[in-house]
Design a protein around this ligand. Structure first.
Ligand code: GZL
Length: 316
């Protein structure tokens, strides 16, 4: 092949490469809640790693658990004219105005992980697990494990967040079927280990060392980790003296299940970046017929499968 032809072919090839690379070079703004436990950072890492794989320019904002920081971040994404905005809303209320601004700016918004109580026409769709189901799975497990008789203390997630509202509702919808299962104390530990420990300490004190308490239902594993610390410091055997059921299925919880220091956890998948970006990319390529909720499954895990699950994940 002559030099000119060779040069032409190389230029053409390089042009194709450039086009292919730049074609998927989307700019997406992601407003993340914060890093309040073990699950959230795993989700954030997955979102960043998956964006890099897809040549997406991800503008990542950590709100440190404050809604006002999320609203500021979303307005900044609008000003930057990003191609799409992804939000994991810390609480369900307060989103109407900023979602309307995004709509007016013709920037599509996608909800990830959590939910808002705004008009669903203000976002394309929501990609998340079913928190009500997670509460029902936890309630059903406890009803079976306690043979329908149990005084439960509940560690609620962040006040006003979709997972806290729905996990409470789902759990109660099952335990209400059992007259001898009662939630005798319930308070928010804000999804953190420290918060869970603090509330569990107050419950242990108020019940004279968990006298008569059969179970702790925690809306996430981190608060359960805190409760386990509090129980051990009070001389109790978590997972034996008191049944422990929670949500997330983070690695440390699988380790506790395998060690017999907890009893059950409903897994919340954290590797959902691919699910989220698949939806965003398809929408930007013209697909519009999305359901208003793209559901991520949640599975219950117990002491029976914890060791196998750790091995499956390459964890010790
Ligand atoms: C639920 C998610 C919750 C996790 C907690 O989808 O938003 O937030 O269950 C995290 O661990 O704080």
């Amino acid at each position: 092949m002559t030099r000119t032809k060779l040069l032409g072919a190389a230029t053409f090839g390089f042009g194709l490469l450039l086009a292919a690379g730049s074609a998927s070079a989307l700019t997406i703004g992601f407003s993340q809640v914060g890093s309040e436990g073990d699950w959230r950072p795993a989700f954030s890492k997955d979102m960043k790693d998956e964006a890099a794989k897809r040549n997406i320019d991800l503008k990542y904002s950590d709100a440190q658990g404050k809604e006002e920081n999320q609203l500021k971040a979303v307005r900044s994404f609008i000003a930057q004219k990003v191609d799409a905005i992804i939000i994991a809303p810390v609480v369900v209320t307060g989103w109407d105005a900023v979602l309307k601004e995004a709509k007016a700016a013709k920037i599509p918004v996608f909800l990830a992980d959590r939910d808002v109580d705004s008009d669903p026409s203000l976002f394309v769709t929501r990609i998340s697990a079913d928190f009500n189901l997670e509460g029902r799975l936890a309630g059903a497990w406890l009803a079976q494990a306690s043979k329908g008789k149990c005084d439960v203390v509940e560690l609620q997630g962040t006040v006003g967040s979709a997972p806290a509202l729905q996990r409470k509702k789902g759990f109660e919808s099952v335990t209400a079927l059992f007259p001898d299962i009662k939630i005798v104390k319930s308070q928010s530990g804000d999804f953190t280990t420290a918060g869970g420990k603090e509330v569990a300490e107050s419950f242990i004190k108020a019940t004279n060392g968990f006298k008569g308490i059969c179970a702790v239902y925690a809306h996430n594993d981190n608060m359960q980790l805190g409760a386990i610390q509090a129980m051990k410091e009070a001389g109790l055997k978590p997972g034996k003296d008191v049944l422990l059921v929670s949500v997330d299925g983070v690695p440390d919880m699988f380790r506790l299940l395998a060690a017999g220091e907890a009893n059950a956890s409903v897994e919340l998948k954290s590797d959902i970046g691919k699910n989220i970006y698949d939806v965003v990319e398809a929408y930007l390529k013209g697909k519009t017929d999305f359901p208003k909720w793209v559901l991520i499954p949640s599975d219950l895990h117990t002491q029976a499968d914890a060791a196998a699950e750790l091995a499956k994940r390459g964890l010790k």
